[in-house]
Design a protein around this ligand. Structure first.
Ligand code: SF4
Ligand code: SF4
Length: 118
């Protein structure tokens, strides 16, 4: 089992989560963070740190939400690891209450994600 980051993080990226992770398994994109599922030790420490409740246990995802596990895995393999907290994105507070942010996910040039998650 793993925890994964979901769309509430997009355009917020508060980074409160990264410093509590004992496995250093957060990876950073331009406007989103992801967890490497194969590195997560399922401790749950990050879930309560996220101010926008973006982090969820894989076991709490319904069928429609399963694509977040695939997306986290694919992007974690392409993005750099992040272990230190920093500034949130400039418009984070405005985006914090927006739902369904998946279309706003930025991919760096060269990122590839599977058809099932685009
Ligand atoms: S604390 Fe939440 S919003 Fe911030 S980077 Fe982590 S998952 Fe994203
Ligand atoms: S559940 Fe634990 S190991 Fe997994 S990403 Fe969160 S803090 Fe890291």
């Amino acid at each position: 089992m793993t925890y994964v980051v979901t769309d509430s993080c997009i355009n917020c990226k508060y980074t409160d989560c990264v410093e509590v992770c004992p496995a250093d398994c957060f990876y950073e994109g331009a406007n989103f963070m992801v967890i490497a599922p194969d590195e997560c030790v399922d401790c749950g420490l990050c879930e309560v740190e996220c101010p926008v409740n973006a982090i969820v246990s894989e076991s709490d995802l319904d069928e429609a939400g399963r694509h977040w596990v695939t997306l986290n895995a694919e992007l974690a393999a392409q993005w750099p690891r992040r272990t230190v907290r920093g500034e949130a994105l400039p418009d984070a507070d405005q985006w914090a209450s927006v739902s369904e942010k998946r279309p706003h996910l930025d991919h760096a040039p060269g990122d590839t994600v599977g058809d099932a998650v685009t």
